[in-house]
Design a protein around this ligand. Structure first.
Ligand SMILES: *Cc1c(COP(=O)(O)O)cnc(C)c1O
Length: 552
C-alpha cells in the first residue's frame, strides 16, 4: 500500500476508525494476520533472525524517549514491528530451544486469545466480567481438585461461594507465592484481645503484642528468588527467609530443617511458614513434602508448596506420585504459563481451606462490596485480564489425559537425554532428571581422570577452568543461534560443594526430537573442542596431573 502519498493527521474521525474499522485484508497488517493464522511457527521461523545482533545495536532502534507527535499508519507500523521487534525476538517455541521454562504454545490459543482481548473483561469485579468470574472460579476449582481431590459436594458448596475462594488467579508464580505468604503472615499475626491484627496495626505492634523478635520463613537453598521478594514486601526481611541445606539430590534435608527451626525459636524468632519446592527451578527436584508437612503441622507453621513449575505433573496419573504430600499443603502455587502451555501471565495459588483467604480480604464501597462474588477482594492485583479463559479452553481442548501424555513424553525425553549424556565419555551428568529438567557439563575424558587424582588446589583450579568452559559453550551456542540451553550454578555434593557451572535443559516442548538432542550435544562438543583459550588451559593442567600419577 503506497503510504507515501497519504498524510496521516490527527483528527477525531480517524481516531474513531481505529476503534471500529478493521484493516483492509490486503494491507500489511491484513497480510500478516492471515499468515499468522495459517502457520504461526512458520511465520516466526522466517522472521526471527537467527544470528545474534548485539543488544547495543538493538537499543539504537529504541533510543527516542519522545512520544511521536505524528500518527503512523497501522500497516506501516506493523512493518516496523517486524523489522525491529519480531526479527530480534527469541524463538521460545523453537524445538531446539530447550533452556527455559517459557514454553511452546498450542496453536489454538492464538485465535482464542483474540476473544479474550476483544472482550477485555476485568476480573476485579463482576460488573466488568460477568461470565468470566464464574469461569475463573471454576478454573480455580479444577486446579484445587487436581491437588486436594475433595469430593463433589465440597466443590458444589465452595467453588462459587461469595464469602469464600479456593485460591487466586494472578500474573505468575511470584505473585502467587507472595499471596500465599501474605495469608500465612496475617493468620500468624491475627487479631487477639486488644490487638487488631497485623493488617490493621502493622508488624511493629504485632511483634510487641505476640512477643516475637522476628518472623521467619524456611525454604531449601534451592528456593526460587521470588520468595526473597515476598519476604521483603511482607516486612519479614530477606534475612529471615532462612535457607535450609539440601541433600545430594537437591532436596530439602528435613533434619537440617528441624535444627533451623529450633535455632530460630531460641532466638525468639517465630517460624510461621515452611515452603516445600515441587520442582526446583534450577534442578527440577522435589522436596520430601510429606516429611515437611508433618514438621509444619507440629510447629504450627503454614505449609506452602511452590509447585510453580512442577505442579502440572499432577495431570499425569502415572507420575503424580512424585508430588506425594502436596495434598497436605495449606497452599500451593502453580504457574499455568509453564508446563500447562498457557501464554505468560497465568499463575495461581490454591488454598486447602476455602476460608483461608479471609485474612487478606479487602472491601471498598464503590467496588468489591461485601457479599459480592467479586474476585478482586481476594487478590493482590487489581484490574486483571481474562487469562483464566485460556486455561479453561486448554483444559477442555487438551483434556486431562492429553496433558498426561505431554507430561509423560517430557519425562521420557529427559530420561533419554540423561542416559545419552551418561553414554558420552566427555560429558558429566550433574543432576538426574526427576521431572523433565536436568543439568550437565562438558569435561574432557582425560580431565575426568585427572579430577580423581588432583590435589585439593589442582581440583579447585580445574574446576574454575571447567566453569569457564561451560560458560563459553553456553554463550557460543546461544550466539550460533541454532539452539539454546541455559546455564546455572550449583554446588554439587560430588564436587565438595564447589560452585559448579552447569548446562541446564528443560524438555517441555513436544516438538523437540531425539535427533535435536543429539545435535545439541554434538554442537556443544565441537564448541568445547575448538575453544581457543579455555580448553588448552584445561588440557595442560590435566596432563601435568596425569603425567605425575601415571596409571599402570
Ligand atoms: C517460575 C517459578 C516461580 C516464579 O514464577 P513467575 O511466574 O516467574 O513469577 C516461582 N517458583 C518456582 C519454583 C518457579 O519455577
Amino acid at each position: 500500500m503506497g503510504s507515501e502519498d497519504k498524510i496521516v493527521d490527527v483528527n477525531f474521525e480517524s481516531l474513531l476508525r481505529i476503534f471500529t474499522v478493521p484493516e483492509a485484508p490486503d494491507s500489511t497488517l491484513g497480510n500478516i494476520e492471515q499468515k499468522l493464522s495459517q502457520n504461526l511457527n512458520q511465520f516466526l521461523r522466517e522472521h526471527i533472525v537467527a544470528e545474534e545482533k548485539p543488544l547495543s545495536e538493538i537499543e539504537k532502534d529504541f533510543a527516542d524517549p519522545a512520544i511521536p507527535e505524528l500518527p503512523t499508519f497501522v500497516s506501516e507500523h506493523t512493518q516496523h514491528l517486524l523489522e525491529t521487534v519480531v526479527s530480534h525476538s527469541v524463538h521460545t517455541s523453537a524445538p531446539s530451544f530447550i533452556g527455559h521454562m517459557t514454553s511452546a504454545l498450542p496453536y489454538f490459543l492464538m485465535p482464542l486469545s483474540k476473544i479474550m482481548i476483544a472482550l477485555n473483561q476485568n476480573l476485579v469485579k463482576i460488573e466488568t466480567s460477568k461470565a468470566f468470574t464464574p469461569l475463573e472460579r471454576q478454573v480455580l476449582g479444577m486446579l484445587h481438585r487436581l491437588i486436594y481431590s475433595q469430593d463433589d459436594s465440597f466443590y458444589q458448596h465452595w467453588m462459587h461461594s461469595a464469602q469464600h475462594s479456593l485460591g487466586a488467579f494472578c500474573s505468575g508464580g511470584t505473585i502467587a507465592n507472595i499471596t500465599a505468604l501474605w495469608v500465612a503472615r496475617n493468620n500468624a499475626l491475627k487479631a487477639d484481645g486488644d490487638f487488631q491484627g497485623v493488617e490493621k496495626e502493622g508488624l511493629f505492634n504485632a511483634m510487641m503484642h505476640y512477643g516475637y523478635k522476628g518472623m521467619a520463613i524456611l525454604v531449601s537453598e534451592r528456593g526460587h528468588y521470588s520468595l526473597k521478594k515476598a519476604a521483603d514486601v511482607l516486612g519479614i526481611g530477606q534475612q529471615n527467609l532462612v535457607a535450609v541445606k539440601t541433600d545430594h539430590n537437591n532436596r530439602l534435608c528435613s533434619i537440617a530443617l528441624e535444627q533451623k527451626i529450633q535455632q530460630l525459636k531460641t532466638q525468639g524468632i517465630k517460624p510461621f511458614a515452611i515452603i516445600g519446592v515441587a520442582g526446583t527451578t534450577e534442578t527440577g527436584n522435589i522436596d520430601p513434602l510429606e516429611k515437611i508437612a508433618a514438621i509444619a503441622q507440629r510447629e504450627q507453621c503454614h505449609f506452602h508448596v511452590d509447585a510453580a513449575w512442577g505442579g502440572a505433573t499432577l495431570m499425569s496419573n502415572q507420575h503424580r506420585y512424585l508430588l506425594k504430600g502436596i495434598e497436605l499443603a495449606d497452599s500451593v502455587t502453580i504457574d499455568a504459563h509453564k508446563q500447562l502451555y498457557i501464554p505468560m501471565g497465568a499463575g495461581m495459588v490454591l488454598f486447602k481451606d476455602p476460608s483461608a483467604m479471609h485474612s487478606i480480604e479487602h472491601h471498598a464501597e464503590y467496588i468489591l462490596r461485601k457479599g459480592s462474588k467479586d474476585l478482586g477482594s481476594h487478590t493482590l492485583e487489581g484490574s486483571r485480564s481474562g487469562m483464566a479463559m485460556l486455561v479453561y479452553s486448554s483444559m477442555h481442548i487438551i483434556s486431562r489425559p492429553g496433558y498426561e501424555l505431554l507430561i509423560n513424553e517430557s519425562l521420557k525425553k529427559a530420561r533419554y537425554f540423561a542416559d545419552l549424556i551418561k553414554k558420552q565419555l566427555d560429558f558429566e551428568l550433574i543432576s538426574e532428571p526427576e521431572l523433565c529438567l536436568l543439568t550437565y557439563r562438558y569435561v574432557p575424558q582425560d580431565t575426568q581422570r585427572a579430577l580423581q587424582l588432583a590435589t585439593a588446589d589442582e581440583l579447585k583450579t580445574l574446576h574454575q577452568y571447567l566453569n569457564e568452559l561451560t560458560q563459553f559453550i553456553q554463550k557460543s551456542q546461544r550466539e550460533n543461534g541454532r539452539s539454546f540451553v541455559s546455564r546455572t550454578r550449583l554446588t554439587p555434593e560430588k564436587w565438595q560443594r564447589m560452585e559448579t557451572s552447569v548446562l541446564r535443559v528443560v524438555l517441555a516442548n513436544p516438538l523437540t526430537t531425539i535427533e535435536i538432542l543429539h545435535s545439541i550435544i554434538e554442537e556443544q562438543r565441537i564448541i568445547a573442542q575448538t575453544s581457543p583459550f579455555v580448553l588448552p588451559k584445561i588440557m595442560q593442567l590435566t596432563h601435568i596431573i596425569l603425567d605425575r600419577d601415571p596409571i599402570e
